[in-house]
Design a protein around this ligand. Structure first.
Ligand code: ZN
Ligand code: ZN
Length: 364
């Protein structure tokens, strides 16, 4: 007989024990990616209550069928506000201290919940408990991210063929999103970034009606969402032959990106990975143009822990999935960022992104 592990039940047990360590005897989760992680529910309105007596998911009648099929815990469909029903159950279960996600609940919600609970139950703020569990991915999660990354790279491959002088940034962005959907994605993980020319110096440029021209840099930052899991990649192409200056910046960023990837390993600090990229750019006097952190974790959300930035003291652990994405942005000239999604392993790193990193020259 093989015992099938029940990862969600284990996650809930671990979360409740983290809450108990903070003297609470129950915890209510409302941040939707955390709800999904803990019980499988993917709807847009949810409250998951965990106490020693078990887990109950509250949602509204739009999700009656969906919740019963997705969740591996008790489901209650509320007619009114979810908190009203949850608070009644909290009373029945004799909860004394209820932990909530203080970093996710609005101030108004906090006041409303406190007044519903009354004097017998103390409301307690916690930060990032489920997020802490989510830092290290299970084998299944890594596989889901791997599939998402692969799909994202395929969509890039299909869409970038169409890029040429005369095309608008938003046309290419639409092509990318279309290709993702055709390949089976639930959608883009974030608003696809396409920028050309001097606009590539905006690290988070939104695609506009700007027409691409020969002699320009073209930056694409895209991610897919597949089975709830995100991917994230940035590639830079050049429309026609690049200038010596563009090539120089590109080579410097690529060198920094490779150095940071090479620094990734379980047990090192996030800060040391950031330093690897930054010191590389410093040697070329380009570090002042690198204005953001080197990377971030991703999973059920596009940005999650750990932050891979300067002074990041957190240690990388095997099973974390992070991005490595140094960039150089020169106002009026342009910007280059190269981003991969990578898996931290005991001995080093596995780059999940299969797309090549040489400067892509788009001849037309
Ligand atoms: Zn990105
Ligand atoms: Zn990113």
């Amino acid at each position: 007989l093989t015992v099938v592990p029940d990862p969600r039940r284990q996650r809930r047990a671990r979360l409740l024990s983290l809450a108990v360590e903070q003297k609470a005897d129950a915890i209510a989760i409302t941040h939707l990616p955390n709800v999904r992680y803990l019980c499988g529910f993917t709807g847009s309105n949810a409250l998951l209550l965990l106490t020693a007596r078990g887990a109950t998911l509250y949602t509204d009648p739009r999700y009656t069928i969906q919740a019963s099929q997705e969740c591996d815990c008790v489901v209650k469909v509320a007619k009114g506000p979810l908190w009203t029903d949850a608070v009644k159950e909290i009373g029945r279960r004799k909860v004394r201290r209820l932990a909530v996600e203080g970093d996710r609940l609005s101030h108004d919600s906090w006041l409303r919940v406190a007044s519903l609970l009354g004097k017998s139950v103390k409301l307690q703020s916690t930060q990032g408990l489920t997020e802490e569990l989510r830092l290290v991915k299970s084998g299944e999660e890594v596989e889901a991210i791997r599939r998402s990354v692969k799909l994202n790279s395929q969509a890039f491959q299909q869409a970038i063929r169409k890029a040429k002088p005369g095309m608008r940034e938003n046309e290419l962005a639409a092509e990318i999103d279309y290709r993702m959907r055709r390949l089976g994605a639930e959608g883009p993980a974030f608003e696809t970034i396409v920028a050309c020319g001097a606009r590539t110096a905006w690290p988070h440029a939104r695609p506009t009606a700007q027409v691409m021209e020969r002699g320009q840099l073209l930056l694409v930052d895209m991610g897919a969402c597949l089975d709830g899991y995100m991917s994230d990649m940035t590639r830079v192409a050049h429309l026609g032959e690049p200038s010596a200056k563009s090539r120089e910046i590109y080579e410097a960023v690529l060198e920094a990106q490779l150095a940071a990837v090479a620094a990734v390993r379980a047990g090192v600090t996030c800060g040391s990975v950031d330093t690897a990229a930054r010191s590389c750019l410093k040697q070329r006097r380009l570090d002042l143009f690198f204005t953001h952190s080197t990377g971030h974790g991703l999973g059920l959300e596009i940005h999650e822990g750990p932050r891979v930035g300067a002074n990041g003291g957190a240690l990388l652990q095997a099973g974390m999935v992070i991005t490595i994405e140094p960039g150089v942005y020169v106002e009026g000239v342009g910007g280059v960022r190269i981003e991969d999604t990578v898996l931290v392993t005991e001995t080093g790193v596995e780059v999940l992104t299969p797309t090549k990193k040489e400067l892509l020259v788009l001849a037309s």
